[in-house]
Design a protein. Structure first.
Length: 371
């Protein structure tokens, strides 16, 4: 293997898995075991929600927001949830719209994996296209893509990495990566370790002109689903990465520069541990809020029970038309029930444009809290 030179395309990127001597010791194994336990606990707690789509809608959006913030795309929680409420209309603009594209890409990838039963190169390309809203695909071999230093200081703009380049080079590397993830007989590595190794490899391959970070973090979640470690994409990985962004990039670059796999894998296992704990805490708070809401309705306004209570928790802003069901036949009836809930102090009314919507303040407080 030729020495790494940040100014030369990294066409000698080693295939996975790395040699066990580079990472396998008691520290990594213990951290892996802890991450596996926490992820299993999260899967069990999530299964107790009356409808997992409650958390899928909200946490997937929080994941989208954090993942985009890593790439310096920012918006407020309020704008984000308004965008989710009005995603099919002209109301959604700017960063919020871009974050919704991430969420749509997550679901696009989830659908592709469920259909194929495994991750494919085509699914990865479709995820990228949804993230970036483009018809583009793998970057052309002649494109001179380089990664430059971001942030502050005298070295800003200096090349820190030149990804692989050449006819068929990126395509072969991406196919090798997908084979590594899907073929457990040839590559009998724990799936959490595979996820972490593959995330580095994907970022090092850098197969697209832009959007590689967001696409790569979506792949992490989808792979955990593929291996049955999660049922749905409800792990909020990007929150921890955002809080520890400098270390994330430092450990990524150290795998490239010095083959320091151990620190990278420890970081990624800690990411799974911390975000599993965080997500479990959020789920338990939402479950308690649902239970409290049901108790208040049962005691003070039983007629409102025609509303499917979990629908009040799919997102903070509730449009009357979204509550229409077999039990609630019209928008006017939905408005009446929402007004009743407002009278119980469970919702507040808000006007967006020409329409009144109802806002679940306590749900928003839970979702927005960073601890």
């Amino acid at each position: 293997m030729q020495p790494f030179d940040r100014n030369i395309p990294y066409n000698s990127l080693p295939v996975l898995p790395p040699a066990e001597s580079l990472y396998k010791d008691d520290t990594v194994i213990l951290k892996l075991a802890e991450a596996s336990r926490k992820l299993a606990e999260l899967k069990g707690v999530a299964s107790m929600l009356p409808n997992q789509s409650i958390f899928v809608n909200t946490i997937a959006l929080r994941e989208a927001k954090a993942s985009s913030a890593i790439e310096n795309i920012f918006t407020t929680d309020d704008e984000l949830y308004k965008a989710l409420t009005y995603q099919e209309e002209d109301y959604v603009q700017g960063p919020a719209k871009e974050i919704l594209h991430y969420r749509e890409a997550l679901w696009k990838g989830y659908t592709e994996i469920v259909k194929a039963g495994k991750l494919t190169v085509n699914a990865i390309i479709e995820i990228y296209r949804q993230v970036k809203q483009t018809h583009d695909g793998i970057r052309p071999y002649q494109a001179e893509i380089v990664i430059k230093k971001r942030g502050w200081g005298s070295l800003i703009g200096e090349t820190v990495y030149t990804p692989p380049r050449g006819k068929g080079v990126v395509e072969k590397m991406l196919n090798d990566l997908v084979d590594f993830l899907n073929d457990d007989e040839r590559f009998p590595v724990d799936p959490l370790m595979k996820m972490a190794m593959a995330h580095y490899q994907f970022e090092a391959i850098h197969p697209f002109r832009d959007g590689n970070g967001r696409t790569g973090r979506i792949i992490c979640l989808l792979y955990l689903i593929q291996k049955g470690l999660l049922d749905l994409p409800i792990l909020y990985l990007s929150a921890y990465i955002l809080q520890n962004k400098d270390r994330y990039y430092f450990d990524l670059s150290n795998v490239t520069g010095t083959q320091n796999w151990k620190e990278w894998l420890l970081f990624m296992m800690e990411t799974v541990i911390q975000t599993s704990e965080f997500t479990i805490y959020k789920i338990n708070r939402i479950r308690a809020l649902i239970s409290k809401t049901e108790d208040i309705i049962r005691e003070r306004k039983p007629s409102v029970a025609k509303i499917e209570i979990p629908k009040l928790f799919e997102q903070p802003y509730i449009r009357p038309k979204n509550l229409v069901s077999e039990k609630i036949k019209s928008v006017n009836t939905a408005k009446k029930y929402l007004t009743d809930l407002e009278g119980l102090g469970l919702l507040t009314k808000s006007k967006i444009g020409k329409e009144f919507v109802w806002f679940n303040t306590e749900l928003m407080d839970i979702l927005s809290a960073e601890n």
